[in-house]
Write a protein that binds this ligand. Sequence first.
Ligand code: AMP
Length: 393
Amino acid sequence: MNAPVLVINCGSSSIKYALVPSAPDQPRLAGLAERLGSGGDARLKGIDSRGESFSQALGEADHTRALEAILDRLERHRPVAVGHRIVHGGERFTRAALIDDDVVAAIEQTSALAPLHNPANLEGVAATRRLFPDLPQVAVFDTAFHQTLPARAYRYALPEALYRDHAIRRYGFHGTSHAYVSRRADALSGLEGGGWLTAHLGNGCSTCAVWQGRSLDTSMGLTPLEGVAMGTRSGDVDPGLHAHLSRQLGWSLERIDEVLNRNSGLLGLSGLTNDMRELEAAESQGHPGAALTLEVFCYRIAKSLAALSCALPRLDGLVFTGGIGENSAPVRERVIALLPHFGLQLNRTVNSETVRGREGRIDAGGRQLWVIPTDEEGQIANETRQRLQEISA
Ligand code: AMP
């Protein structure tokens, strides 16, 4: 395994890792430590170097203990650098950054904008720096790709002081995924620097308009709640909803936040599940809530893509990615059917065959339609390598 980069995605109670070799065709060691710091039943699951899956009890492990267990699982392979996924880089980070004390302090300052994510990401950074004091560590930000948004796209129509004094603006997320699939679409299509609408449809969902490799607009905003409907997140609602729920139902801000983030989206609308596979099965058995949920979900994605097309000087095609975008041929078909004015023609046979992580072009002429499995770990590893090369050059 040549010059592998260890990619770490650290949540408040979990750590996802992948050891990414520099050659794209080589296998990756990857896994997930869960239930960290929750008193006794932490576990590490993953794939070892023989391609076999393992599951190991970690007892009362915290992040440091889990990283030690991950290190053991890397066997004889030693990373040359660590790339950390950091959710929010604010306006300070427009690209990946070599981690030092100043960068850690700047990420801490941004934590007010991502109170659930940045502190957990930093816990991973601190533990990894303790364990690998000699390895270069790079922070790769979810927001950085969208720092090319023009002001007309990132400013809310709010009093200027809220932006100036409190950094309230649209940032966008899933940047690593939108960057990866749009670059891949450029390469696959032969249209270097095309105009793409990308739809990352997973548990979290967002859309993006990319022109010549730069993000010009995206559906998520100050937080990852804005935009299309998601697994458990509402996406856009009337901004007056919060005041209405507070005044009429006496709901606290915490409750409103919880409902919009955890009890809404596919789960809330259907009353069944946030899992697209289960919703599709329920719809085929005639469940009316599932049918409406799928209609709302697809309509909102199409509406978002149509709105974002305003950002592009030219539209060359659409790209689908994420667990739903890569696997659900029916969702892709419905979204495309709602955009007839874009001149899209779907090849239904190829569409229905393009599932389970397969890359494929699914149009039958007209504007290009692509399914491109996202590779956030690979993109983080590449950005880590690039940053280190630039620094050493
Ligand atoms: P992600 O967050 O990218 O892992 O995506 C999670 C979402 O992908 C969940 O809603 C899953 O139900 C959905 N998903 C995964 N596999 C399939 C599939 N074969 N068909 C439809 N949806 C799928």
